[in-house]
Structures are given as structure tokens and as C-alpha cells.
Design a protein around this ligand. Structure first.
Ligand code: NAP
Length: 324
């Protein structure tokens, strides 16, 4: 395939509404269809957001010949099944975070995508955010010396009226903790030790997790996520010669500051977002698919699966402590 790719959105909820404008903004892709489980909802979304075609049935969109890439914007507990159906229908698939509910589900999807010769990626827009890219480049250049610590948090209670989390459908860790955990993995890789404490609902849904990751030396990451209270959304990366602070929300920020050990005031860096901040990811995926790639080099499936492995371990620690 070369040139423009044709995209279809599955789901018409919060993230579909947040990203549809950015899909229109991204070059090299055409948003051609949306699918909902309900005809009226699909039609209303298509009319409100200038999407040419709509389907009141997800499988009808998956069967459409003129859709190349399916963007799954449905609840986490549906991702594994819908992504599998989309891949089997021959589509390239971009899946909202978290890619799946467990690392094993994600491994199965990765194997299927390879077998089908189709692109698959978790929509980890943080990896394509210009400020986060700047941090990774600065760290690689040694701007803050040797990085020793990551501190990051993200969490807030669900707004009244939103659907409660279901067992197997993701809790705080998959819904919000995935960002702090991904940031730690981007900077340090796979931890050698995982400690966690938190709060788990009686049915096993994780509500709060305070996570401490070690890396076989003195480096560590201290991470916090919660569905029970607002725990902030900042991130600090500490090094031997300085520190970088990503302003909240760190995974979608337009600004950061760099404090060096020798200066009293941090250097401010502003990197404004395009649209709602999803454009760089959509552009990167569209280019990768058009180039015939099955994964994006900046967000390969093995990295996504490694984060899910850590989340599985953290969840197991919480469940063991709660004796659920
Ligand atoms: N990247 C970000 O900034 C960001 C922010 C928020 C959420 N998310 C992620 O986006 C995904 C969706 O979250 P959301 O907040 O948009 O949720 P949401 O508002 O509940 O919307 C999800 C939509 O999925 C569809 N859906 C629900 N259950 C389904 C099922 N069983 N099978 C097929 N479709 C189903 C529904 O659309 P229809 O009624 O039209 O079928 C629903 O409106 C999650 O993975 C979440 O983690 C990402």
C-alpha cells in the first residue's frame, strides 16, 4: 500500500469524540467510516464529525473493503476480541490504551498480527508527544547526566454517571497507570524488581496502586495511580546533573522544564500540541502502514507487552496483599 490510508473508528464514546478532529487534521489519512453498536448513535456521530459513512454494526465496518485501518476506541475489556476480529478481517489495527487486559492477550494479538501480515499498535500517543520526544532525546544526550529516578502519577475518580469498571475490563492500572508505567519503561526498560501496595475492590478491580520499580542498581521509579482520588499528573526525571519536569498531564503535555545542578532556575521549553495532541501519533501510524510496516519502530509491540507484564505483576501483588 502507498499513499493515503482509509480509516474507520469503532466506538463513539469519549475518546472517539476527543480524537476525531485530530484524525481529520492528520495528513495522509482519510477518515471514511465510524461504527457503533447502534445505528442512531453511529449516524449522529458521523453527522456531527463529518465522517462520510457509518455502520450500526461493528462487523459491517470490519467487512468494508474500503477501510484499511481500524481504530478501536472501545472499553479495555473489549480490545482483545475486537482487535482479533479486525485482524482476521484483514485490517491494520490501532487499539486505544491499554492494548489488552493482560500481557498474554497482547502476545496472542501480536502473534496474530504477524501471521496476518497486518500492522498493530497500542495508541500510546505519549510516545509521539513532542515534549516526551524531547525528554528522551535530552536524556540520550546526557543533558541531566545519568538518569537515576522517575516519579510519575496519574489518576482521578471517574466522573459521576460513567460506567463503573468491570472485572476483567481494566482498573486504575490499565486505564491510567499505563502512562506512568510506560514512561518508566521508556526510560529504564524492564524492571528487575516490582513492589506495589494499593487498594483492590472485592471483585478484584484495582482502585489504587503505588508502585516502586527497581532496575538491579540504584535506579528506581516511583509511580502512583488511582480511581479513588486525584493523584496529579506530573512527572519528574532525575539525573546526576539535573532534572526534567514534564508539566501535567505529562503524557500529553506542551511544556517542560530542565533544571541543571548548576543553575537555580529551570529552563522552560514550550512545545505546543497539534489539535488535541493525537495528530503526531496518527501521522506516524498512517506513514508506517503506507510504508508496509507491521509495527512502528517507536512503539513496537514488545515494548507494549513489557509494560503489560509489569502491570500483571503489580496487579498480582495487589491481589495477593488483599487476598482477593
Ligand atoms: N488516549 C486517551 O487520551 C484516552 C482517554 C480516555 C480513554 N481512552 C481509552 O479509550 C478507550 C475507550 O474509552 P472511552 O473513555 O472512550 O470509553 P466510553 O466513553 O465508554 O466509550 C467507549 C465506546 O465503545 C463502545 N462500546 C462500549 N462497549 C462496547 C462493546 N462491548 N463492544 C463494542 N463497542 C463497545 C461504545 O460505543 P457505541 O455505543 O457507539 O457502540 C462506547 O461509547 C479505552 O481503551 C480507554 O482506556 C484513551
Amino acid at each position: 500500500m502507498s499513499g493515503r490510508t482509509r480509516w474507520g473508528i469503532v466506538g463513539t464514546g469519549g475518546i472517539s469524540r476527543a480524537t476525531v478532529g485530530d484524525l481529520h487534521l492528520a495528513e495522509d489519512l482519510d477518515l471514511v467510516a465510524v461504527a457503533s453498536r447502534h445505528e442512531q448513535t453511529a449516524a449522529a456521530f458521523a453527522a456531527a464529525h463529518e465522517v462520510p459513512r457509518w455502520y450500526g454494526d461493528v462487523d459491517a465496518l470490519l467487512a468494508a473493503d474500503d477501510v484499511d485501518v481500524v481504530y478501536l476506541c472501545t472499553p479495555i475489556g473489549t480490545h482483545a476480541d475486537l482487535a482479533r476480529r479486525a485482524l482476521l478481517a484483514g485490517k491494520h489495527v490501532l487499539v486505544e490504551k491499554a492494548l489488552a487486559s493482560t500481557a498474554d492477550e497482547a502476545r496472542s494479538l501480536a502473534a496474530l498480527a504477524a501471521e496476518q501480515g497486518r500492522f498493530l499498535m497500542e495508541a500510546m500517543w505519549m510516545r509521539f508527544n513532542p515534549a516526551v520526544r524531547r525528554v528522551l532525546a535530552d536524556v540520550a544526550d546526557g543533558r541531566i547526566g545519568e538518569v537515576r529516578s522517575v516519579r510519575a502519577s496519574f489518576g482521578f475518580p471517574p466522573p459521576p454517571g460513567t460506567a463503573p469498571w468491570q472485572p476483567g475490563g481494566g482498573g486504575a492500572l490499565l486505564d491510567m497507570g499505563v502512562y506512568p508505567l510506560t514512561l518508566a519503561h521508556l526510560l529504564f526498560g524492564v524492571p528487575t524488581a516490582v513492589e506495589a501496595t494499593g487498594e483492590v475492590r472485592a471483585d478484584g478491580v484495582d482502585l489504587t496502586a503505588s508502585v516502586f520499580l527497581r532496575y538491579g542498581d540504584d535506579r528506581f521509579a516511583a509511580l502512583l495511580t488511582s480511581l479513588r482520588s486525584v493523584v496529579g499528573a506530573g512527572a519528574d526525571i532525575g539525573g546526576t546533573d539535573g532534572a526534567i519536569t514534564l508539566d501535567a498531564p505529562f503524557f500529553a503535555t506542551g511544556s517542560l522544564s530542565v533544571l541543571s545542578a548548576s543553575s537555580r532556575r529551570p529552563d522552560r521549553v514550550e512545545l505546543p500540541l497539534e489539535g488535541n495532541g493525537y495528530v503526531p501519533m496518527f501521522r506516524a501510524v498512517a506513514e508506517a502502514v503506507a510504508d508496509g510496516l507491521l509495527e512502528h519502530a517507536d512503539r513496537p509491540l514488545r515494548d507494549t507487552i513489557a509494560v503489560l507484564d509489569t502491570i500483571d505483576l503489580v496487579r498480582a501483588r495487589l491481589l495477593a496483599a488483599a487476598q482477593v
